[in-house]
Design a protein around this ligand. Sequence first.
Ligand SMILES: [Cu+2]
Length: 209
Amino acid sequence: MAFFTLVLILVSALWIYAMRRQPERDNAGRQEKAWIIGGGIILPSVSILVLLLVSIPVGNLMSTLPTAADDALQIRVTAHQWWWQIDYPGGDAENTLATSQNIVHMPADVPVHLYLTSADVIHSFWVPRLAGKLDMIPGRINELQIQADEPGIYRGVCAEFCGLAHASMRFEVHVHSREDFARWLADAQRQQSGNAQSRAEDMEDIPGE
Ligand SMILES: [Cu+2]
């Protein structure tokens, strides 16, 4: 408030000064040029330079772009109307070790690199305690790096209106200790490869399939 008052007084004073000033013939041309060069070129150049010097480092800090952590765990999250599919890739990105629904499992104290996409409409991935919102767009992969310092349950929601059941499109992030996460992944992998095998056997029983 004080700042705005100061600016108001300053501008008013300049205005009154300009109204009352008597034109001085020989000085006027030189003063005009000084105003144009000073106010029109030097002042904006300096202001923009200062703003850039401040905002570029701050902007880089705020960026959610990958910070190239080699030890980051990679997890793919695909949003559906109205649930979440979470895939845990193996060595290469094409291979999936395990899949979970509506619960993201991850270890504590390890950077986790998320690949976010959508199978139908635009959704938005939001775990307020871990990171800002990031849109999940069909046909596009948005990357978000998160890290949880402590094991626990972190709640997440879809933060982009995506249809009738949008409000119930919630999920949880279960942060385990490293050992517990490794155990969970191994269990899930064993269970799911077992399921896939029995599904394949079932398929063989269906004539004509
Ligand atoms: Cu949604």
